[in-house]
Design a protein. Structure first.
Length: 303
């Protein structure tokens, strides 16, 4: 069975029991029905299903346990944060599965014609991270004048999603520096037999705590940022916050004002510029000046 089919079966099991705790018979019947609909074989017997549950927990941290009193399988949530993380991960898998179906439903599923996001690497990288195996791949740089491709051997640490793209956080064996690699720029991925001991003093979650996107400034103190949005844009910002630190200060018929504790990274500045006249930076002054500078540079192109 292909890795894609494994991922899809895991996704079907997780989504079913998340919607409603179900008995094995119901799960088995559901997988049979999905096999017919998608013209794939997702069917399982009990022993295979039990192995799937162990693999789901090992790779994704999602615990599915049998409630013997009710004779159903259900998800055991550890925290709201874990639940949100699992939802986002499965959402990306669902995007990947929809893209795979797009050829079969070319008139019903309309997708953007663009370069793949590299989601096909997630399963392999998650397994390597969990089992602490080094990986090797070809990585393409986008920020140079000419296309550059380099062979990389790294120790994978974590996967991070930022602005609808996925990145690998890993220690580069060449210089022992922890770096990020866009999954869409990775090719020829191989899991090596070499194992490694994870760096004990590096915590990926803490490293990106005050970051927007994939750029970090671990040794700098985050800035208190206050933003004022138009009433219309404010609705989007409330439903899809810019950052986990976002707090509402004012919310009325004319304005949404929020406070963030965040590093002033390139990614964050580009996000504010993309909102245009619907956001005003009230604090800090240094961010106001940077936005003005970049807007003036843009205007100079048309003078």
């Amino acid at each position: 069975m292909s890795k894609q089919r494994f991922i899809k079966r895991y996704s079907l099991i997780i989504n079913l029991v998340r919607r409603k705790p179900s008995s094995f018979d119901i799960i088995k019947k559901y997988l049979q029905e999905q096999s017919i609909i998608e013209e794939e074989n997702f069917e399982v017997e009990l022993r295979t299903f039990q192995r799937d549950l162990k693999e789901i927990e090992s790779l994704f941290g999602i615990k599915i346990r049998k409630n013997r009193a009710k004779d159903v399988y259900e998800i055991v949530e550890n925290s709201d944060e874990d639940s949100e993380k699992h939802d986002r991960l499965m959402e990306s898998f669902e995007v990947f599965n929809v893209l795979n179906l797009s050829n079969q439903f070319e008139n019903e599923i309309i997708v953007e014609k663009r370069k793949p996001l590299g989601l096909e690497h997630i399963y392999t990288l998650l397994s390597a991270i969990k089992k602490k195996h080094e990986v090797q791949f070809t990585h393409e740089k986008y920020w140079t004048e000419e296309e550059e491709k380099h062979l990389k051997q790294v120790q994978p640490i974590a996967l991070k999603e930022a602005r609808f793209r996925w990145y690998l956080i890993a220690k580069d064996k060449k210089d022992n520096i922890i770096k990020t690699f866009g999954l869409d720029r990775i090719s020829d991925l191989k899991v090596l037999e070499n194992t490694f001991v994870r760096t004990s003093n590096y915590d990926a979650k803490s490293a990106f705590q005050h970051s927007f996107g994939i750029v970090t400034k671990e040794n700098e103190i985050p800035e208190k940022v206050i933003l004022s949005f138009s009433q219309k844009q404010g609705k989007f910002i409330k439903s899809f916050p810019l950052h986990h630190s976002q707090k509402t200060i004012i919310d009325n018929e004319t304005e949404l004002r929020v406070e963030l504790l965040i590093h002033l990274t390139y990614d964050f500045i580009m996000e504010l510029l993309s909102i245009g006249a619907h956001v005003k930076i009230l604090q800090p002054k240094i961010l106001q000046e940077e936005i003005k500078r970049r807007l003036n540079e843009t205007l100079s192109l048309y003078s």
